[in-house]
Each structure stands twice: as C-alpha cells, then as structure tokens.
Write a protein that binds this ligand. Sequence first.
Ligand SMILES: [Zn+2]
Length: 95
Amino acid sequence: MMATYDQWLDAYSDAYDMTPGPIDVACPNCGQQCLRLVFTGLPDRDVGRAHFWCDNCLQGIGISRTLVPEHALVQDSRLPRDEREPKIPNFQIAS
Ligand SMILES: [Zn+2]
C-alpha cells in the first residue's frame, strides 16, 4: 500500500519545520528515516519549488511554489538541470 499525497504532505510539513535538518521523520511510505528536502530557486529569492522524497523507496512529492526556509538546501534554478547541486534523484510522485 503506497502512502497517499496527504500522508506525504504531513511528513513534508514536519520536515519543513526541521530545516536545516536532520529530518527526524519516518518515510510515510517505507518507514525508513531517509527523507530529503531540497528546494529549487534563485539564490536571492525566498520563494522556490520544494522537492521532498525518500532516498530508500524513491517516492515523494513536489510543492510548486513555497517559502524557502532559512538555511535550506537550495539548487540554483539558473543552472542547467543536470548541473544543479545537491542532486535530486528521479522519484515517483505520490498521488
Ligand atoms: Zn521511503
């Protein structure tokens, strides 16, 4: 049984509040503590896209436009996708 979008949203909310981490939240899908939260945006802007996923089961969600918390991991959106750091794996979006 796959975790629902709402379950992911709950975990995201907790993880967001723990920025810059560590993320002390179990993955809603597999139960492992392998959740990652990385944003994409311009370095001098406080709004960006959030990518939230589990490194173990490669499930997760994206949040299209959100406030980037202070000290968060942020990819520079001006760079080509494959040059952005930290890397974000291809993960399956929960529905
Ligand atoms: Zn997982």
